[in-house]
Design a protein around this ligand. Structure first.
Ligand code: DX5
Ligand code: ZN
Length: 225
């Protein structure tokens, strides 16, 4: 299975970073019942980004739940030396890894290293990097993640230049490569981000900050219609 099979035109992806970890399994079940199929899992190492978030251990607990309902998890590696984590992520049931353009010397070799572990691959880039420079080396990736915030923490404000950055990226990438946007995505901007060319929309606070995450997920899906 590949991203081409997973994406139903456009996907809203709940970001576990904002979840209530005391109720993680229950929240996953509710989202799956609300027809959510793609989940976003943030790994921060305390070096590439300031916080240490979560790693393969927690992923291993929730992967069987997600896979049982036909769901998948994309693992956003906000880490130095991302290739070091491909094997543990694959062993823990991760389906795709997204590493940062700024964290590696050789993007192409890193994409190939991820595929060697049977993983789908994304390449993320920060607000300081130029979309065209990233597109020039990511034609073989499955997705390119345009960060709409400085990575590290949830709950930050969506950066307005992102709309234009997504448009530029869409023009520079082959049509087969999906564009993902992460950071500050909510009801008020999700449609406009999609209209700029993004088909994978990550939402942490907008989903898990709500008393009813499954309802908030449905609301974001409806906002895209
Ligand atoms: C933070 C992570 C995001 C985060 C998004 O750097 O990469 O995935 O969870 O959170 P919100 O949607 O609250 O901006
Ligand atoms: Zn993320």
């Amino acid at each position: 299975m590949t991203w081409q099979d997973w994406i139903r035109t456009v996907e809203v992806e709940p970001s576990f970073y904002a979840a209530d970890f005391a109720q993680l399994g229950d929240q996953v079940e509710r989202l799956l019942r609300a027809e959510c199929r793609v989940f976003h899992y943030d790994v921060g190492d305390g070096h590439f980004v300031e916080p240490i978030t979560m790693g393969p251990v927690v992923l291993k607990s929730i992967s069987p739940l997600i896979h049982r309902s036909g769901g998948v998890t994309d693992v956003h590696l906000m880490v130095e030396n991302p290739a070091k984590y491909f094997e543990p992520v694959a062993d823990a049931g991760g389906d795709s890894v997204t590493f940062h353009y700024e964290a590696v010397e050789d993007v192409d070799a890193t994409i190939r290293a991820a595929r060697a572990h049977g993983l789908q691959v994304g390449v993320a880039f920060n607000p300081e990097s130029e979309p065209e420079d990233v597109a020039a080396v990511t034609g073989d990736a499955d997705l390119v993640l345009c960060m709409a915030i400085h990575p590290g923490y949830g709950g930050q404000k969506f950066m307005e230049p992102t709309y234009d950055r997504v448009r530029r990226l869409r023009l520079a990438l082959p049509n087969t490569v999906h564009i993902q946007v992460d950071g500050g995505v909510g009801d008020e901007n999700i449609k406009r981000i999609h209209d700029c060319g993004a088909t994978l929309l990550v939402a942490g606070t907008a989903i898990f900050g709500d008393d009813d995450p499954a309802g908030a997920y449905r609301q974001l899906v409806d906002a895209l219609a």
